[in-house]
Design a protein around this ligand. Sequence first.
Ligand code: BGC
Length: 741
Amino acid sequence: MILPYLNPSLPTQQRIDDLVERMTLDEKIGQLNQIFATPESEERDKEMIRQGQVGSRILAFSAHAGNDETEADAYTPLWEFQRIAVEESRLGIPLIFGRDVIHGHLTVYPIPLAQAASWDIELVEAAAKATASEAVSDFVHWTFAPMLDIARDPRWGRVIEGSGEDPYLCSQMAKAQIRGFQGEDTSAPGSMVACAKHFVGYGAVEGGRDYNTIEVTENTLRNTYLPPFKAAVDAGVGTIMCAFNDWNGIPCSANGYLLNTILRNEWGFDGYVISDWDSIKGMVEHGSVEDAAVAGQHAIQAGVDMEMPGHCFATHLRQQVAEGTVSEATVDQAVRRILRIKFMAGLFEEPFVKVRKQQPKGLKSEHRQLARKLAAESMVLLKNNEDALPLANDDNCTICLIGPLIHARRELLGNWTLDGRPEDTVTIAEGLAQLRPDLKIAPADAAVDAQIRLARKSDQVILVVGEDHFRNGENANIADITLPAGQAQLIDAIHAIGKPIILVVCSGRPLVLTDIEPKVDAILWAWHPGSEGGNAIADILSGNVNPSGKLPITFPRATGQIPIYYNYKNTCRPVDDYYGEDSRYQDQVGKPMYRFGFGLSYTHFEYSNFTLDRSQMLTDECITASIQIKNTGKASGFEVVQCYLRDVVASTIRPVRELKGFQRIHLKSGESKTVQFSFSESDLAFYGADNQQRTEPGEFQLWIGPDSSATIGGKFYFKQSKDSNIATERQACLNPDPSFC
Ligand code: BGC
């Protein structure tokens, strides 16, 4: 007779109950243990798996997988490991293999920050789906993505991994990626389990120094840092990774308020929480516990279920249960959560199926097409003086291509690409040569002087600069967000000989362009564009694709402006000084270089006929704003129409504006469309001084436009009815009980 837990026709809960009932304490603790395996530890690892002491393996050798070129070898011998788990361990519980598949697997898509710049939810979802389909064939059941850390500090290297500074955009990207990775049914072939990370506040590390402490109030946490995670939970994410940093002095790896109170009790998350790499033991280094045993005890009691390499659970839990410092019920709870996801992923039914026999030679052409489209859509045109772009089709105009990254392959893939192969990457020189055979390309070994001589002989210069793939990523922070050494001088040198410059920048973060911008005619921000980067850049420069990317993060004028972000809280001085119109520095204007949401096109879009369908809105009513957008230029193109809202007076100060909706629309030359945004009471809600979600009556201001400086809009008044679920009268905080506000 088939054992109940192996019977797929029984409800998951019943299968979990049956399995947990049969497990010994050691087997339970084994499920909480994630190992990393090296060739040297292989025999020991196999024996541990046989004994039921392992629940998962991370496919990485080191704690900084994103920066380690050897990680591509981390696969062997997965089949054998799984076979031992399923056939030789007492209960045959399959292992779950996890890997950092961050922005592509074999086919590499643009870095996540770039993907957010596309504002194209469907395409981002499609890229995640295609990524999963490749990764599962390499036996990856589970990806440690998406990263949902709001990042307002481009000095921080991990800014590349997230969707930028805005909670709403980041939430939309979170949902898209999770849908793409997990699919409708995570057990279906080609789907894998996602992991929303790093819970929470990691993007606020002080000074942009990775792993640093954060100072974020609960109010800011709830209004700014938590929403993308809430969106992930609502989208059914299977797992969550807690962050290295502390919140309120308590490391996130043992922060019961975050993990149990908010994540589980308030939001109803029923997947499992994994620590970050060794972050449980990291509490000893934090100085919040005296040793690894107590660290493990605090972590499991606070709601961490699986330990990413580290030995706190595996070494100490058995004794802690025997002594009663940790209850077996607490262990059971963690085991149940892990088993739930293993069942959800269909691992008991198909522990082996998703593996390919050998690496394919090239990349799938449909994945290449997707990568090319997403890369082109993610690029942001920041400057285009007198229509310098697209490149003119003029036989009398010689154009040259120079710069340190024109023949780069690995650099174009960007950080956190463990499996992307440089040989599958289209360089910028290759991409452009195909579209412009007349282009003069500096050879790979051309010295800087030779490149300048080539520029001297040309009428126009395409100059490609930027960061390599290890200048950003984990623990790759920079104190001064300028171009890498020597690149500004190269721009100066070309400018000095009077040649028009089309500047292409490949980068994982915003960089300061203040001195450079006046010296160039056009700037295309190409990020780290992935396997099809060269073709995508050629598509944009040639005009085959009209740029439509918009910045998901503010570009400062100087490193000293950081932090600078569009959705800051209003201040009393200067009044209504949006984005620092009046300088608060003696040596720098207050405004950023490029604002959030900004990006140019080869055509022009005119916004007009704004209307609001009502001037007052009550609970249970919706308000709809409409605007007409006309393509007044010659080229057809996409426009990302953005809608921002401000709660003018509230019991706690609200941001000067917040993104509340966007639509990516296509318009042919001369075409007009009307775009509508509708909002209900929940869209007006925020967390007040009591950290409860609330809405308050009063005036709201709404704007629709091409970026966060949108000026067209109108006002409306909101008033709750008695039956509002969210409503809290502002009165409560106007006459506050001191203990409450
Ligand atoms: C990073 C995580 C990553 C893990 C495994 C850690 O150092 O913070 O984001 O998933 O390593 O590679």
